[in-house]
Ligand binder design. Structure first.
Ligand SMILES: [Zn+2]
Length: 252
């Protein structure tokens, strides 16, 4: 039965992932997420059901518009696959617990801001503010131990990033700072610090790889959101064992 539900969760994730692409692309441009219906941004052709089946359409049409042949970025298919995979994994790991609501909300938020951050280098306030009350509510029903660790985590996450932003004079975007408030709420203090450390390591690695690929010597900023998201998801599911392993190195 668990396997059936896990597969269902995965399919839901694929469909939601497809929707998250639309949300992530339209919210920063202040467009409605309902109308107009999805269309090719190059030739304006309205996408039909054949174009909109998650992952399947992308593979079948080889990532091209059926109207004008322009290539769609693989990022959108990756968002669908990741959301599907993570929804399924969350259900498999957590099952029918209140914590599942936290996991699904957290994954959804991170997927949407990734799309926005990659497309426009923006982590939209609107998306953070939309998810915040739901995440607070979910964290009340599935509270951390002790419960105030959420509050402290949010303050510490926000505070450290604000400090980095001030010291580095804008090396950290406002969206990243607010995102860490939400991460602190979900993960608590210690795991938020671990997320920050891991995000910095991943971000550095991503930065080096992207510089190598671009190889133009231009100093275009690299969005930090995806690195934060990856770190946050790793810590959400594996923070406990990572910290135990780290502690065992020093015989804590
Ligand atoms: Zn087109």
């Amino acid at each position: 039965m668990t396997i059936t539900f896990t597969i269902v969760a995965g399919i839901f994730g694929l469909v939601f992932g497809s929707f998250f692409n639309v949300v992530g692309l339209r919210i920063p441009k202040k467009e409605s997420i309902i109308s107009p219906p999805s269309h090719c941004t190059n030739c304006q052709r309205q996408l039909t059901i054949i174009d909109l089946i998650p992952v399947f359409s992308y593979v079948l049409l080889r990532g091209k518009c059926r109207g004008c042949g322009v290539r769609f970025s693989p990022i959108y298919m990756i968002t669908e696959l990741l959301t599907g995979g993570l929804f399924a994994f969350a259900f498999w790991e957590i099952g029918w617990q209140p914590e599942l609501a936290v996991a699904l909300l957290f994954i959804s938020l991170l997927m949407i801001i990734n799309v926005s951050d990659i497309a426009y280098m923006i982590i939209p306030d609107k998306v953070l503010l939309f998810f915040l009350p739901f995440l607070i509510l979910a964290r009340i029903f599935a509270s951390l131990e002790p419960w105030w660790d959420s509050l402290l985590g949010a303050i510490v996450g926000f505070g450290i990033l604000l400090f980095i932003a001030v010291v580095s004079k804008g090396g950290m975007g406002g969206g990243d700072i607010k995102l860490f408030f939400v991460i602190g709420l979900v993960l608590g203090t210690v795991q938020t610090l671990l997320t920050l450390f891991l995000a910095a390591v991943i971000g550095m690695f991503v930065g080096i790889v992207i510089l190598k690929i671009r190889n133009k010597g231009r100093k275009t900023p690299v969005p930090f959101g995806p690195s934060i998201s990856l770190a946050a998801i790793i810590v959400y599911f594996y923070g406990e064992p990572i910290l135990q392993w780290y502690g065992s190195l020093f015989n804590f």
